[in-house]
Design a protein around this ligand. Structure first.
Ligand code: OAD
Length: 259
């Protein structure tokens, strides 16, 4: 493993353009569940009900209440060492982008700014008529909705939906184009905590690979994207990333929260 971390450090030390791509595993050490692991969300909630437009239209109260619960979990969680290292990385490289599939806000709370969210944001609600997006925290909404109290657009008074990209829907163009551009021009692509079950279809690693980038994956478990990785670090992100950062910058572990 020491050998692998050394290779990882070399790749990052020589890079000018870095593309970081994260999934639910990046927030696991903050106490948030992933989706497809044994204790994952999709083993508790049927994705056809909770993550499709049809599911929402037939059970809006049930779906909103699941997202309200998730908002409370996210609100209580804190960024972990992986989020903090990724946030610190962005000032080191002239060209940097973090693309996250995560709908939590732990990257932002850790300080990430050069980032896009391709699957939406758990705090957002979007009017089903005018499509305007609102921050749920700016409204006094109940912890649990009934059909009478479901969130409505302040302008149209039409039902709002969670501002999440559900199955069968498209990733917002701007976020997708920015990600493709950075993937196609990076020296290093760092993939953290995603199974690739959804993102395998986005083609980011293939583009980075075609450009000649070094692909590095941090994930305790092999996934769909691992076959493209030049380096696979089979460790939790909150363990591997501080080691990398310490080697690159000389910053002590005590400048980071415990993994
Ligand atoms: P998955 O649940 O599919 O994969 C999570 C990955 O995190 C797995 O490969 C785990 O091995 C890995 N993992 C677990 N703990 C880790 C740790 N401490 N450090 C690093 N990796 C760890 O989640 P995603 O790939 O993010 O969509 O799922 C993609 C999308 O599917 C999600 O964005 C979500 C879901 O439907 C929406 O919510 C719109």
């Amino acid at each position: 493993m020491t050998h692998k971390i050394d290779e990882l450090v070399d790749a990052f030390a020589n890079a000018r353009s870095v593309f970081v791509f994260t999934g639910a595993g990046a927030s696991k050490e903050s106490g948030l569940p992933t989706f497809r692991e044994i204790d994952g969300e999709w083993n508790q909630y049927d994705p056809m009900t909770y993550a499709t437009l049809d599911g929402f239209l037939s059970e809006p109260v049930r779906v909103w209440n699941m997202y309200r619960l998730r908002q409370r979990q996210i609100g209580d969680a804190q960024p972990n060492a992986a989020h903090i290292v990724i946030a610190q990385m962005e000032s080191r490289y002239p060209h940097f982008l973090l693309t996250t599939q995560n709908v939590d806000d732990l990257h932002e709370r850790a300080g990430s700014r050069k980032m896009v969210k391709i699957h939406g944001d758990c705090w957002g609600m979007r009017c089903m008529h005018c499509s305007e997006v609102f921050d749920t925290r700016e409204f006094s909404l109940p912890d649990e909705f009934t059909s009478e109290t479901l969130p409505r657009c302040p302008h149209c008074e039409v039902l709002c939906r969670p501002n999440i990209v559900w199955f069968g829907e498209f990733v917002p163009d701007e976020a997708m184009f920015a990600s493709i551009e950075r993937a196609s021009s990076c020296d290093v692509m760092l993939v953290v905590g995603t199974s690739g079950e959804v993102s395998g279809g986005y083609g980011f690693v293939e583009r980075a690979s075609m450009h000649g980038a070094t692909i590095v994956e941090i994930n305790p478990t092999e996934g769909i994207l691992t076959q493209h990785a030049h380096l696979w670090i089979p460790e939790p992100a909150g363990v591997a990333l501080p080691k990398l950062w310490q080697s690159l910058t000389g910053l002590g572990r005590n400048s980071l929260p415990p993994a």
